[in-house]
Design a protein around this ligand. Structure first.
Ligand code: PMP
Ligand code: GLU
Length: 402
């Protein structure tokens, strides 16, 4: 079949591939312990659902403005304003069908043929693919492993080219859980500003943070003089368990926001209207939202501690990035690569086959020496899964998983 150049090198999302495979095997009757999906296991809070249902009954079934309901954009801007401590024009907020869509809008609008975009590696699997869909070229930039792979201006200096127009940073990171301190983020932001490079800051896990304060440091915490051109990407999927509602947003200068909106007007129009009402509820009821977010964050933190303890107990020689945010553990598996399992992908499939534990190979995130597990699942599943995975890695028999 002859397809367009647009999708010439396009690959299916590896994270979605693994979670779909896990679901399929489970439907076929296998006992699968699924640590693949990067999705909170919590349901959307009932009061958020109730508000969306009530809005639908009251007629929220029509198109809205392309960039979203003005009251939603204003509520998002007000939240950003509380974070930033300075005025945030609501015209800079564009709501999108998830953060993935916001990233696509941004890359497609800012980058094109001949442009290079630096992608901090290990990266969330969709970044390079979205850059490629824009016909720009993703370039990896990796920080030191001892620094949880976080990049410094020196690392960026080594990777930059005269055609570099963008830099994508994700903190807390998917897949490592690493979090940039304010100083580290400021150094990166200043580096980008000095070169006129667009900084795309994906802060989708900002509120799933185990350090001090309720939120990981983000671009709005930086003093305006440290910031050059930037786009902030965030949304409702992870922090308040709304993955299926598909609602994210971008915040940037209003002139760019208008262009993002024009693109959206030709491609998707507004994000689903009921989802916008659900998000508005989450923003308007600060007290209940904070309680729901805190409850989930505490559960994730407890599981982070559990996973770290289980890994040290069952696989004491395996190194990993200590997660300070998000709900992933990125751990080294290169010691288990041999002539039968030549890379993280074949090893990942073998573990799934032998022990029923589904994870995502590091290759999907740009580092074949690693594997990613998601700890957004129950303590019981985590206990069983890590024990089984450890036995499978050591080549021991694992009890029947059917
Ligand atoms: N950015 C990162 C780092 C993610 O892990 C995800 C996970 N889906 C997304 C963006 C996309 O989020 P959404 O579901 O809101 O599209
Ligand atoms: N972001 C999640 C993950 O990394 C969900 C799947 C996806 O959208 O990639 O697993």
């Amino acid at each position: 079949m002859k397809l367009s150049l647009n999708v010439d090198s396009l690959q299916e999302s590896a994270t979605i591939y693994m979670s779909t495979l896990a679901k399929r095997l489970r439907a076929e009757g296998r006992h699968i312990l699924d640590l693949s999906a990067g999705e909170p296991d919590f349901d959307t809070p009932e009061w958020v659902k109730d508000r969306a249902i009530a809005a639908v009954r009251a007629g929220a079934t029509k198109y809205t403005q392309v960039a979203g309901l003005p009251e939603l954009r204003k509520a998002i801007a007000a939240q950003l304003e509380r974070q930033a401590g300075r005025p945030i024009p609501w015209e800079g907020v564009v709501t999108t069908c998830g953060v993935k869509h916001g990233l696509f809008n941004t890359c497609f609008t800012l980058f094109g043929p001949g442009d290079h975009v630096l992608v901090t590696t290990p990266y969330w699997t969709s970044y390079p693919q979205i850059v490629l869909l824009s016909r720009a070229e993703p370039l990896s930039v990796q920080g030191a492993e001892e620094n949880s792979f976080k990049v410094t201006p020196e690392d960026l200096d080594h990777a930059v080219t005269p055609s570099t127009r963008g830099l994508i940073v994700c903190s807390p990171s998917n897949p490592t859980g690493a979090v940039y301190s304010l100083e580290e983020l400021e150094a990166v932001a200043r580096w980008a500003k000095e070169r006129g490079i667009w900084l795309l800051s994906d802060e989708i896990y900002g509120q799933i943070y185990y350090g001090e304060g309720r939120r990981a440091p983000g671009v709005l915490d930086l003093s305006p003089d440290a910031l050059g051109p930037y786009v902030l990407l965030d949304g409702f999927s992870k922090s308040i368990a709304m993955t299926g509602w598909r609602l994210g947003f971008t915040y940037c200068e209003p002139e760019l926001a208008a262009k993002l909106t024009a693109l959206q007007s030709q491609v998707t129009s507004n994000p689903a209207t009921p989802s916008q009402h659900a998000a508005l509820a989450a923003l308007q009821d600060q007290i209940r939202a904070s309680a729901s977010i805190a409850e989930m964050r505490e559960a994730f933190q407890r599981r982070r501690d559990l996973v770290v303890r289980l890994m040290r107990e069952h696989l004491p020689d395996v190194d990993f990035v200590y997660p300070e945010g998000a709900f992933y553990l990125f751990f080294r598996i290169d010691a288990f690569i041999d002539s039968s399992f030549r890379d993280s992908t074949s090893l990942c499939r073998a573990i799934l086959e032998r022990s029923g534990v589904a994870m995502v190979p590091g290759a999907a995130f740009g580092d074949d020496r690693y594997m990613r597990l998601s700890f957004a699942t129950s303590d019981d599943v985590l206990r069983q899964a890590i024990e089984r995975m450890a036995r499978a890695l050591r080549g021991e028999a694992v009890e029947s998983t059917t």
